[in-house]
Design a protein around this ligand. Structure first.
Ligand code: SF4
Length: 401
């Protein structure tokens, strides 16, 4: 199915963010990756997980991102544009979604393969009813080293003020809030549902008050759209205990009309920040860390932990595929090996078909062992229609960012 959105509602950004490029010529391919799936095959000889699984490039499996809903209450243009995700969009029926018990069972098997960190995403994960019950179940799991999983969640923050305490009490460690600007008018236009920025900021406050640690704010920066918000955002969060991270605008999915000239390279962004706010580069805290860290400095030019830090995630200009240790589980149980994947592996059929834990774990192992994904490293050498929406890539709203 192909949809030309011209004439089907407005482009979602206006005023200072008006896209003056040819929106009317944008043709949005709609391909439902939810239908296509590769079978997850159980090998003839099942083998117990060792926690040491690696892929073809020697990358371990450490991080599992679990989408708990394909719905969101925002319509950000780069993720769920209104002209595509309108009232006629067919979301997954409830019985297609993995139950909390099914998610927890799979998470346990992934942890036996080496996963240490679990991030809940969506859509907007806090739209999933009673999410804290899932958090409580996941908090009972242990890594192969007997440690608690690092349990975190990415949210648009709209429901965080209401949910932060229950999530913390259930065992959530951390939270990342997506926020693309502080200017209320800009923010309302970007979320395209007229949602006020004050309510998201209240959610971040509530997360601090509830005792959630290492709170991060992710800002997707789009040149000409919200890059004027970089400095106000940095000043606002400096010294508050919240780490602001700037993400290069990516060609995720097949619906966001991505163009390279709208990417603001992280190197340029750091230059803009350093012109106003003194920063020094910090060492990474762990292998596979996606963000380059920069710390605010004191009068002596040294990092001042009280002022905190910012991060830049250079998904486009500096690919970090070489140590990408992330797997993604879709809302209805498909395993994706890359944010830019075109197909996932169906684990739900095994779950609901009576497969044993050993069989499912054995099916997961070769999928990861045969993984070759490195889309961001290849992006610049790919045909233009691959990076501009022609490919059948999975939508970020479906598997989370
Ligand atoms: S492009 Fe794919 S393999 Fe590369 S870092 Fe992103 S998710 Fe990982």
């Amino acid at each position: 199915m192909r949809v030309n959105p011209a004439g089907r509602g407005k482009p979602s950004m206006a005023g200072p963010m008006r896209q003056n490029h040819a929106m009317a010529e944008r043709v949005i391919p709609l391909v439902d990756q939810r239908i296509a799936a590769l079978a997850a095959k159980v090998p003839a000889q099942a083998a117990a997980p060792t926690g040491l699984l690696t892929d073809t490039r020697g990358r371990p499996l450490r991080d599992l991102r679990i989408s708990v809903t394909d719905r969101c209450n925002f319509r950000c243009n780069y993720c769920m544009p209104k002209e595509v995700f309108d009232k006629d969009h067919a979301y997954l029926p409830h019985n297609a979604l993995l139950s909390f018990e099914e998610i927890t069972r799979l998470a346990r098997l992934f942890m036996a393969h080496g996963v240490r960190k679990i991030r809940l995403t969506g859509g907007e994960p806090l739209l999933r009813k009673n999410l804290e019950e899932l958090v409580a179940q996941l908090a009972q799991l242990r890594t192969v080293d007997g440690l608690l999983p690092d349990l975190t969640l990415t949210t648009n923050g709209s429901l965080l003020a209401r949910k932060a305490r229950a999530l913390k009490d259930a065992g959530l460690n951390r939270v990342t809030v997506s926020l693309d600007g502080l200017d209320d008018a800009v923010f309302r236009r970007m979320n395209d549902v007229n949602f006020p920025v004050a309510d998201v900021l209240a959610g971040i406050e509530a997360a601090h008050a509830a005792g959630l640690s290492h709170i991060k704010v992710n800002m997707v920066v789009k040149r000409g759209t919200n890059d004027h918000e970089i400095l106000p955002m940095a000043r606002h969060f400096r010294g508050t205990g919240t780490t602001l991270r700037f993400i290069e605008y990516m060609d995720v999915g097949a619906t966001n009309g991505w163009r390279m000239d709208e990417v603001l390279p992280s190197a340029e962004l750091i230059g803009r920040l350093r012109a106003e706010l003194p920063l020094v580069q910090l060492s990474p805290t762990s292998p596979g860390e996606t963000a380059e860290r920069w710390g605010y400095t004191n009068a002596q030019g040294q990092h001042d932990p009280a002022l905190g830090e910012v991060g830049v995630i250079s998904s486009v200009t500096q690919a970090f595929c070489h140590d990408c240790n992330r797997a993604r589980l879709s809302t209805e149980g498909k395993l994706f090996l890359c944010l830019f994947a075109t197909q996932g592996y169906d684990l739900r059929t095994l779950l609901r078909g009576g497969a044993t834990d050993e069989a499912i774990a054995s099916a997961i192992a070769p999928i990861w062992q045969q993984r070759t994904d490195r889309y961001s490293e290849l992006r610049s050498s790919l045909p233009a229609d691959t990076t501009q929406g022609g490919a059948r890539r999975v939508e970020m709203s479906y598997i989370g960012g």
